[in-house]
Design a protein around this ligand. Structure first.
Ligand SMILES: [Ca+2]
Ligand SMILES: [Ca+2]
Ligand SMILES: [Ca+2]
Length: 75
């Protein structure tokens, strides 16, 4: 019997908060994506930026940046 249902790189693991490019870490690449998505409070973010909306209120602003910062290792 082999139990090989658990593979190391399964993509269905919930994305870590802040990993905007979904490469498994939170680094400066994610920050640069976030910067391109940040439109300010109350402004609906452009398509593809849903991961940058940390607090899920349909904009990308400083509140979301705080969420990203909290995910950044070493901060
Ligand atoms: Ca990343
Ligand atoms: Ca907001
Ligand atoms: Ca938001």
């Amino acid at each position: 019997m082999q139990a090989d249902r658990y593979e190391g790189n399964v993509a269905c693991w919930p994305a870590e908060f802040g990993d905007l490019d979904q490469d498994g870490d939170v680094d400066l690449n994610d920050f640069s994506i976030f910067a391109g998505c940040m439109m300010g409070p109350g402004v609906v973010y452009p398509g593809g930026c849903d991961y940058a909306d940390m607090d899920d209120d349909l904009d990308v602003d400083l509140a979301d940046f705080a969420g990203l910062q909290a995910s950044f290792p070493g901060v």
